[in-house]
Ligand binder design. Sequence first.
Ligand SMILES: CC(C)(COP(=O)(O)OP(=O)(O)OC[C@H]1O[C@@H](n2cnc3c(N)ncnc32)[C@H](O)[C@@H]1OP(=O)(O)O)[C@@H](O)C(=O)NCCC(=O)NCCS
Length: 150
Amino acid sequence: MGQAKTSAKHLAMHYVATKICQASEIGYNGNLFGGTMLSWLDEAGAAFAGYLCRTPNMVTLKMNEVLFKRPVKIGHHVRIYAKAVHMGTSSLSVRVEARRFDFQKDLEEIVCSTEVVYVKIDAQGKAAPIDQHLRDGMEMRSINELSQRL
Ligand SMILES: CC(C)(COP(=O)(O)OP(=O)(O)OC[C@H]1O[C@@H](n2cnc3c(N)ncnc32)[C@H](O)[C@@H]1OP(=O)(O)O)[C@@H](O)C(=O)NCCC(=O)NCCS
């Protein structure tokens, strides 16, 4: 496992997925399309949120400021990490981070990050409460314990 070029805060995040940048995802400047990166982050965050809330019925409500800090090029391995930052009645806010893995240096560098709010919905598409037993004791300690099972 590569050594992350990150702070302890970042190390507390949970690995969710790896994406490999394809030629078809590259734009005019030779970098990965920003929209593709957003899609990767959204999907990984939704998978993480769905797992924590024990439901596949999570939708993306809001994406906060997105920082495209470094470029991603063809063949780069991009590892996506997530961390729950707040659970409300129907919503879960997730910090998501994409890190480019440098095989030569054996380290990860953050390329993009944001925070996404997901909402659990019912069969009618309305916001629905996350299961009570998951919301009970909603301190981050509990969320982190749930996350450890990933
Ligand atoms: C998600 C959706 C069902 C929420 O409906 P809504 O009527 O806005 O729901 P509510 O007002 O009851 O809010 C639901 C939750 O979102 C939170 N929320 C609403 N607006 C928010 C905002 N601007 N920022 C952060 N959280 C917000 C509320 O606080 C609430 O959280 P809580 O239950 O944990 O307290 C609805 O907005 C929707 O269907 N959006 C489209 C989702 C979608 O298709 N996403 C894919 C991207 S195209």
